[in-house]
Design a protein around this ligand. Structure first.
Ligand code: C2E
Ligand code: MG
Ligand code: MG
Length: 704
């Protein structure tokens, strides 16, 4: 039922009747409009389109019959239900009313219960009619959209000179193909739709099923394979086939692109085909790269993916050539090719375009973030020194990026634009990249700038540790500290760690910085113990990357050894999200930490979707309820329920539990009432620089 009250139009020449009906209907919560003549009624309907009309028959001027038939013959108003009202209780009057199109008839004086009943029933009928109508309209729109999509896709397919087939893995039948497919095989589209797959080539259905499953699993052939297709007249055509699999709903679609290579079968053209690979690196050369890009673009149209063309050129290659000679610089190119190909996914392609120029085709599923990651990855891979003839040679490259469809839809446009971008990158110096589109450059440049500044900060150790007290909720005393990193970027306000920590992670620098944090914290704990400041457990935040890329355990052992502290004074906070990233390795590392005696706490708990089963497998000491649940814990019952559940969960697993982000006395009261062990937040203290923290500790304050 609609939530807005229905609007009813009362049409009667007698003011008293109008008033009576108005009162009766408003009583039931309806909105009413009134008209004293047929003409006025039509004018109101046109402007306000009421949900139902109560229409008197006998009126001076235009009578009720005329009004009803005018409304019912107009498409815009024919759906509005009409109840005819009249003192005439004759059969003929009713019939004329119904013939004029009215849905119901009521005699005057109107009986209130009957009026309500009729009005309600008619409104219900109309509402369900309206719903059906809008549902139908939506279906029609969807159908139209889908037809347009299909047409667009079809015309893209038909523009290809290669035969393109789409095959459903579940039914093992052709579901789409392009005009070239019909032309190569000699079938009409209607005929081809009914030809079985086994009839089209030399493989049986079972063999094809096996091949398709390999492709779906990502283990299919990477290079195009040569095969034969069988034409309608029984002759065979040699083809080079390229297959890919895409998931749609529950089914997989195999996209099969077959290129007629009849002509390349003679030896002269065979040579030409050999000329598709670069002899030095074995990579596709410019020609084959171009063809692969066209195939990639067809796939991108079909799958709705983005595609990026990245051109890569070694910096100062001329200098390398002059310094080391041809032999060594050739080795360098081979090495570069290998490193670049280690960055590719199965669906990507790498080619050598010319001299020191390489190019990549990247199929992008998740938008630009993916590309940024890939570019970072490529730059990082290239930075490792190259061992040439017993020397460590450093190499770096400049890159240009053009995106389909934003920067162009044709292969040659994309390559041209990527080259333009690469040349711009070269102009500004080495080891950098540019997007063809300027907006992306603005974002990328800001990142490059922050990256450079961060590298410098790591070199000069321009970081500082702040400490935030943790308060025991049973006695209100400081019972521990959390070390939080701060970066003083020259010329800028403080950059929050939520921004620069992920960049450090991306740059592969988090382990270095993490080690600095651990060393500092352990040394500080030792200093406090020596100077008699109450011994406190100090937590450091650790990124999952430190486990996966660095050697967290060795760093911690070293720091404990160097500082001479007992391991249990150090606590490690790992976010729930990073725990779930590489569980086997994480569990093993945490067990080692446990064995050393370091305490382990899960940060931001409640946001990382870890299952209970996992939780029991991790050797942990403490859960930290994420700030997101604390923020509205006193006003949002769901957050309150989550916070309570986490506290109970911790108790059930014999773990300690702490809440972060406590800002108000009400939040504190809630947490105390629900048995939370510890708390941390601005209510007690912000994270403080060392000297301010020491002043606070000396006060030995009770916070509750
Ligand atoms: P986190 O470990 O969950 O740290 C808690 C964050 O909440 C800190 O932000 C802290 O200043 C802030 N906070 C504390 N009490 C309150 C409060 O009452 N209200 C509000 N609104 N915020 C409060 P910060 O220092 O900006 O750190 C953000 C995140 O950066 C940390 O979240 C942690 O994940 C990461 N981080 C900080 N230092 C390090 C570090 O040395 N290494 C690594 N890997 N990550 C770090
Ligand atoms: Mg933390
Ligand atoms: Mg947290």
């Amino acid at each position: 039922m609609p939530t807005v009250p229905a609007t009813l139009l009362i049409v009667d020449d007698e003011a008293q009747v109008r008033k009576l009906l108005q009162v009766l209907l408003q009583n039931q919560g309806y909105r009413t409009l009134t008209a004293s003549s047929g003409e006025e009624a039509l004018a109101i309907v046109e402007q306000q389109s009421p949900d139902l009309i109560l229409l008197d028959i006998m009126m001076p001027g235009m009578d009720g019959y005329e009004v009803a038939s005018t409304l019912k013959t107009d498409k815009a108003t024919s759906d509005i239900p009409i109840i005819m009202l009249s003192a005439l209780d004759e059969r003929s009057a009713r019939l004329t009313g119904l013939e004029a199109g009215a849905e119901e008839y009521l005699s005057k004086p109107v009986e209130s219960a009957e009026l309500w009943l009729r009005v309600r029933n008619l409104l219900r009928l109309k509402a369900s009619g309206d719903y059906l109508k809008s549902h139908n309209m939506m279906l029609e729109k969807l159908l139209l959209q889908r037809t347009l999509d299909l047409e667009r896709f079809r015309s893209a397919m038909d523009a290809s000179a290669d035969a393109v087939f789409l095959i459903s893995r579940s039914s093992m039948s052709l579901i789409e193909f392009n005009l070239s497919a019909c032309m190569v095989l000699g079938y009409t589209p209607d005929e081809l739709l009914h030809v079985g797959l086994a009839e089209l080539g030399d493989s049986s259905i079972e063999q094809l099923e096996e091949l398709y499953d390999l492709i779906i699993a990502g283990d299919g052939p990477r290079e195009p394979i040569e095969a034969r297709v069988r034409c309608k007249n029984g002759s065979h055509v040699p083809v080079e086939v390229h297959r890919r699999a895409y998931k749609t709903g529950d089914d997989w679609i195999i996209v099969c692109i077959a290129r007629d290579i009849t002509h390349s079968k003679d030896s002269e053209l065979r040579l030409l085909k050999m000329a598709r690979y670069d002899t030095l690196t074995g990579l596709p050369n410019r020609n084959l790269f171009y063809t692969s890009l066209q195939v990639g673009l067809t796939e991108a149209v079909y799958s709705g993916w983005q595609l990026a063309v990245v051109t890569v050129s070694l910096d100062d290659f001329k200098l390398v050539n002059e310094t080391w000679g041809h032999l060594i610089s050739d080795q360098m190119l081979v090495e570069l090719g290998q490193r670049l190909s280690s960055c590719l996914n199965v669906t990507d392609t790498l080619g050598r375009m010319d001299g020191d120029e390489f190019a990549l085709i990247l199929m992008i599923r998740e938008g630009q973030a993916d590309i940024q990651r890939l570019v970072d990855n490529i730059r990082q891979v290239l930075r490792a020194p190259c061992q040439l003839d017993g020397h460590d040679v450093l190499m770096s490259a400049s890159m240009g990026i053009a995106l389909y469809p934003g920067d162009g839809e044709q292969a040659h446009d994309l390559i041209k634009h990527a080259n333009t971008a690469m040349n711009r990158a070269k102009q500004v110096g080495r080891d950098t990249f540019r997007f063809y589109t300027s907006q992306m450059n603005i974002e990328a440049l800001a990142r490059l700038e922050i990256e450079t500044a961060l590298r410098e900060a790591v070199r000069t150790q321009a970081f500082e540790l702040f400490y935030q007290p943790k308060i025991s909720l049973s006695d209100g005393r400081v019972c521990g500290l959390e070390a939080l990193i701060r970066w003083h970027r020259t010329g800028y306000a403080n950059v929050p760690p939520a921004i620069f920590v992920p960049i450090l992670e991306n740059l592969g620098l988090i382990s270095d910085v993490g080690k600095w944090v651990i060393d500092n914290v352990c040394a500080q704990i030792a200093r406090w113990q020596r100077s008699g400041v109450a011994p406190l457990q100090v937590a450091v935040n650790v990124s999952g990357r430190q486990i996966m890329e660095g050697d967290l355990i060795a760093d911690i052992q070293q720091a404990i050894r160097d500082s001479g502290i007992e391991p249990f004074w150090l606590e490690v906070e790992l976010t729930e999200g990073s725990l779930m990233e590489n569980t086997a390795l994480t569990i093993a590392s945490l067990q080692k930490l446990r064995a050393i005696g370091v305490k382990i706490s899960i940060d931001d708990f409640g946001t990382g979707y870890s299952s209970l089963a996992y939780l029991r497998r991790f050797p942990i000491d403490k859960l930290k309820i994420d700030i997101a649940f604390i923020r509205e814990v006193t006003s949002n019952p769901q957050d309150a329920a989550i916070a309570r559940t986490i506290i109970e969960l911790a108790r059930g697993l014999s773990l300690q539990v702490i809440a972060e982000g406590i800002e108000t006395p009400e939040q504190l009261a809630f947490l105390i009432a629900n048995g939370c062990d510890q708390g941390q937040g601005y209510l007690f203290s912000r994270p403080l620089p060392l000297d301010e923290l020491e002043t606070l500790l000396r006060e030995q304050r009770h916070f509750i």
